[in-house]
Design a protein around this ligand. Structure first.
Ligand code: OOG
Ligand code: NI
Length: 461
């Protein structure tokens, strides 16, 4: 019986979700088609340099999904499902205060952590859990009813969870169990046709549409599936030219002539989808909901802690400049100005200054003196560096993506008590440690530097 290894299960899982989602949301297929065309054009235009942050095949096959669950118990279960596919929780994102807009969730991303596993298939799922205990959003009667509702539903059946555990322990699964796991896993994330309690859904909507999408329905579903492109500005323009209404701007770093860092994202507005509602008198009615949307991403270089501090400071500086009286420029225009003033204009300088992560190797030993720091050795050519691509997310962009797809702002009472959520609490709910993305990039970079030291036969300054 054929053994299906973890990475292949993951690749098949991503494809199975895409097949279901593409049937449910036909606009997704358009997005994928445009993304493919953009990537092919960039590859033709820029050749090898287009592949600096991933091969065109990897990038074109690459997706991230997003799902939302309601409780610690559900988060623990979804973690078992993802573990079967070699996807582990990385990063803690608190979206409750991530920007002016706020949503009552905290999140992590389940993704492969090994560079080799990432190279085989980088599928990741941005996963949010409703902070039902945050009293700024939920009053006591709503919270109690919400928690009862969530405790009574079952997102993942025993057969799925048992198969998932077996795959996680066994580093994969034999056929036909592998096929069965994939069928059950994909079905668990499909949009349910079960009727939605209209009064309850609408009550939660007054708090937040995200709360209603999570706690007002009997199951979970893929909220969006996001292709990766090499030129998001081109994609944005092409989607608009097709008459698709995109959100106002591209989230994250601005387009500029220097190196791409972190993550740029944009989305198109949620589409009306048919749902069945149950009315208080027991009748059912059909209506539409706008919850799921299309999103696309462009990935850049992973920043070191120092690089990230600089990025956060630049974002704050953009806000400060935009708040100046008489300032009429867009966020992106101001950001470009701030980027030009603060960020090195070349990839090499970004890496040499220790702002971005890279894997290092010996270049031309004869090019310079050997007793210098890696940055100097990179500038002289003794060392070469390949940037490490950012595999994670940005809380402010995520909050922006959530918010720009909501029809109204919801309500929130800051006079009431919030709730403490951090990586430790999320780890406890998941039953496995939420890893720190910086530690992962750092380990990868360090390993390459160790090899460089061995090859040069001496420590680096
Ligand atoms: C998640 C929104 C955030 C991203 O890529 O930052 C997100 C959601 O809508 O559930 O997907
Ligand atoms: Ni997303």
């Amino acid at each position: 019986m054929a053994h299906v290894p973890t990475w292949e299960l993951r690749a098949r899982f991503a494809l199975a979700l895409a097949a279901t989602y593409g049937r449910e949301v036909p606009a997704y297929e358009d997005l994928v088609e445009v993304s493919r065309a953009v990537n092919a054009d960039v590859a033709a235009r820029r050749g090898r340099s287009a592949e600096r942050l991933g091969s065109v095949e990897r990038v074109t096959a690459e997706r991230h999904g997003a799902i939302r669950v309601g409780s610690a118990r559900e988060l623990g279960q979804v973690a078992r499902v993802f573990a079967a596919f070699g996807m582990h929780p990385v990063g803690f994102y608190d979206l409750r205060d991530a920007s002016r807009s706020s949503v009552p969730v905290v999140s992590t991303a389940f993704r492969p952590v090994d560079p080799e596993e990432l190279a085989r298939n980088p599928f990741r799922v941005f996963t949010s859990v409703l902070a039902t205990d945050d009293r700024r959003f939920f009053d006591d009667p709503t919270r109690e009813r919400l928690e009862r509702f969530l405790a009574a539903r079952r997102l993942f059946g025993d057969e799925l969870l048992d198969l998932a555990d077996a795959a996680a322990t066994g580093g994969g699964l034999d056929e036909p169990a592998a096929g069965r796991l994939l069928t059950l896993a994909a079905a668990a994330f499909a949009l349910s046709g079960e009727p939605v309690d209209k009064a309850w859904y609408e009550h939660l909507e007054t708090v937040s549409s995200v709360a209603a999408d999570i706690g007002g329905v009997p199951s979970t579903h893929v909220n969006h599936l996001t292709p990766r492109v090499l030129d998001i500005d081109d994609l944005y323009a092409r989607m608009r030219a097709r008459g698709i209404e995109m959100i106002d701007e591209i989230q994250g770093p601005p387009a500029w002539e220097g190196p791409d860092v972190l993550l740029r994202q944009t989305s198109f507005r949620a589409l009306a989808e048919d749902r069945v509602f149950r009315l208080p008198d027991g009748r059912v009615e059909r209506a539409t909901l706008r919850v799921r949307f299309g999103e696309v991403e462009q990935r850049g270089i992973a920043l070191t802690r120092r690089g990230r501090d600089l990025y956060d400071a630049m974002v704050a500086e953009v806000d400060a400049r935009r708040a100046r009286p008489g300032e009429v420029r867009t966020r992106v225009e101001v950001a470009r100005e701030v980027w030009r003033e603060n960020l090195p204009a070349t990839e090499r300088e970004l890496l040499a200054q220790g702002l971005g992560f890279a894997t290092w190797a010996v270049g031309d030993r004869a090019a310079g003196t050997a007793d210098a720091d890696p940055g100097t050795l990179l500038r002289t050519g003794v060392l070469v560096a390949e940037p490490i691509v950012y595999e994670d997310f940005l809380p402010r962009s995520a909050a922006g993506i959530f918010q720009s797809n909501l029809t109204d702002e919801g309500t929130r009472d800051d006079a009431r008590a919030g709730a403490v959520w951090d990586a430790a609490r999320l780890s406890e709910a998941i039953g496995a440690p939420v890893l720190d993305p910086f530690d992962l990039y750092e380990a990868q970079q360090e390993e390459s530097l160790r090899a460089v030291r061995r090859e040069l036969g001496r420590p680096l300054a």
